[in-house]
Design a binder for this molecule. Structure first.
Ligand code: KE4
Length: 431
């Protein structure tokens, strides 16, 4: 494939934008080579600035569950923009949107809209601290909750000790308030709660992890975490930025029968426009200003154009058979990847929940950070580029989830699996 225009744009971008990208994962550092610049998306397909076409299995990291330029969403954006892009004042759409979210997720009794997943998770932590009067939080290794200071923390010397900054600029004094436990390990949570439970405001978790590649909760794990939180007065914050309205209309909390105290959302709920949300128990959410003392604000929060796009997206997802179709196509891809890797003699582990899946280049089962790290990232990089050259756009990192959209049909599945056959076989020969 010719990438001349992408390469010239990337050279210009690096002169004025850190790393040439507006978000680090886009820079292909996890797979090598230079990022591709895109010109347009339509349905399941992306076209880059050199005219190369790809089946898109990233979907802007989750939001584009209906595919690119889904006509009802485009029309909703145009219609809203024609009536003004922002008021900085209440409008009817945000009331309808809040009622839709709360009507779909029973645990979300009240909701506040923001403009990104990071805003939602940072706000949820502040509300949990404000509501409980406690300062520590618990997160889980491999889970990512956006670029907020409380989350840019790596596990201390023992994974269950005080956090250490995982980025310059995060104060050590703040990082040590973040405790970390391995995902899928209830005993670790019990030990932490026994020692520090009374100091912990909340436990925040990706119910199905997408940011380590896909990690699937072991049977009973999430329900056990919820019970431990209730026992110790620790609020449970489900970060459904990726899973919300993707795994089911009611998100992971519907799939796993959970009733979290707070839920964070973004991605799908914005239909590709900047929109995030946090919500949950009314007694907790009434602590949020101006109803209560916990301050949080945003100039473009509940923006009418973003809300119009989000409503159009969520209404389309309410159509009968939506999630059955997503499951059917995602299973075809999962089974095809497994079969093609096996035929080529390449050991892989494929983790999938609904329309989120990851092909890990390891023969080991992958259920937490440590086991995910047994993956051969060099091999993943070679697989990624072989797929890219064959017209399939995978997430440019072994430790990210691929997302299946409703725009992907049998023809696109055949295209992806045909590319995978060649890519696995090339690995089988070259390693
Ligand atoms: P945003 O601030 O990027 O809208 O959302 C942060 C966030 C919060 N919680 C979860 C579970 C998330 O996955 C994310 C963001 N996900 C990444 C993908 N790994 C977005 C892509 C990027 O960082 O550019």
């Amino acid at each position: 494939m010719n990438h001349a225009h992408s390469q010239s744009l990337f050279a210009r971008a690096q002169a004025r934008i850190p790393g040439g990208v507006n978000s680090p994962v886009r820079a292909f550092r996890g797979v090598g080579g230079d990022p591709v610049f895109f010109r347009e998306g339509s349905g399941a397909w992306l076209t880059d600035v050199d005219g190369n076409r790809y089946v898109d299995l990233v979907g802007s990291w989750g939001p584009l569950i209906l595919g690119h330029a889904y006509p009802p969403i485009v029309e909703a954006i145009i219609d809203a923009a024609r009536r003004g892009s922002s008021f900085g004042a209440p409008h009817a759409g945000e009331v309808e949107f809040a009622e839709f979210i709360c009507g779909t997720m029973p645990a979300v009794e009240m909701v506040r809209l923001v403009s990104s997943g990071t805003e939602a998770t940072v706000a949820a932590i502040r509300v949990a601290r404000g509501f409980t009067g406690r300062e520590h939080i618990l997160k889980f290794e491999g889970c990512f909750h956006g670029a907020g200071d409380p989350f840019l923390v790596k596990a201390g010397s023992g994974v269950e000790t005080l956090g250490l900054p995982d980025s310059p600029g995060v104060p050590a004094a703040l990082a040590k308030l973040t405790l970390t436990a391995p995902y899928n390990d209830l005993a670790a949570v019990e030990r932490i709660f026994a020692e520090k439970g009374q100091d912990i405001a909340c436990a925040i978790i990706e119910p199905v992890v997408g940011n380590m590649g896909v990690l699937v909760p072991k049977p009973g794990y999430l329900q056990g975490l919820q019970a431990l939180c209730q026992k110790h007065g620790v609020l449970l914050v489900l970060d459904e930025v990726m899973t919300g309205f993707r795994l089911a209309r009611g998100g992971a909390q519907e799939v796993y029968g959970l009733k979290p105290d707070l839920t964070t959302m973004a991605k799908v709920i914005g239909g590709g426009m900047p929109l995030g949300a946090y919500g949950g128990r009314a007694d907790i959410m009434r602590k949020v200003a101006p109803a209560g003392p916990v301050y949080q604000s945003g100039t473009l929060s509940g923006n009418p154009v973003a809300v119009a796009a989000g409503l159009a997206c969520l209404k389309a997802l309410a159509a009968p058979g939506t999630y059955a179709r997503l499951e059917q196509v995602s299973r075809m891809l999962e089974e095809g990847f497994i079969a093609e890797a096996k035929a080529a003699g390449v050991p892989v582990t494929v983790n999938r929940v609904g329309s989120m899946l990851t092909v890990f280049f390891t023969a080991e089962p992958v259920f937490d950070y440590t086991s995910a790290k047994t993956s051969d990232t060099g091999r993943f990089g070679r697989f990624f580029h072989a797929m890219l050259d064959a017209g399939v756009y995978l997430p440019p990192s072994q430790y990210e989830a691929a997302f299946v959209s409703l725009a992907i049909g049998e023809a696109e599945v055949a295209h992806v699996l045909g590319a995978a056959r060649k890519a696995f076989r090339s690995l089988g020969q070259t390693g």
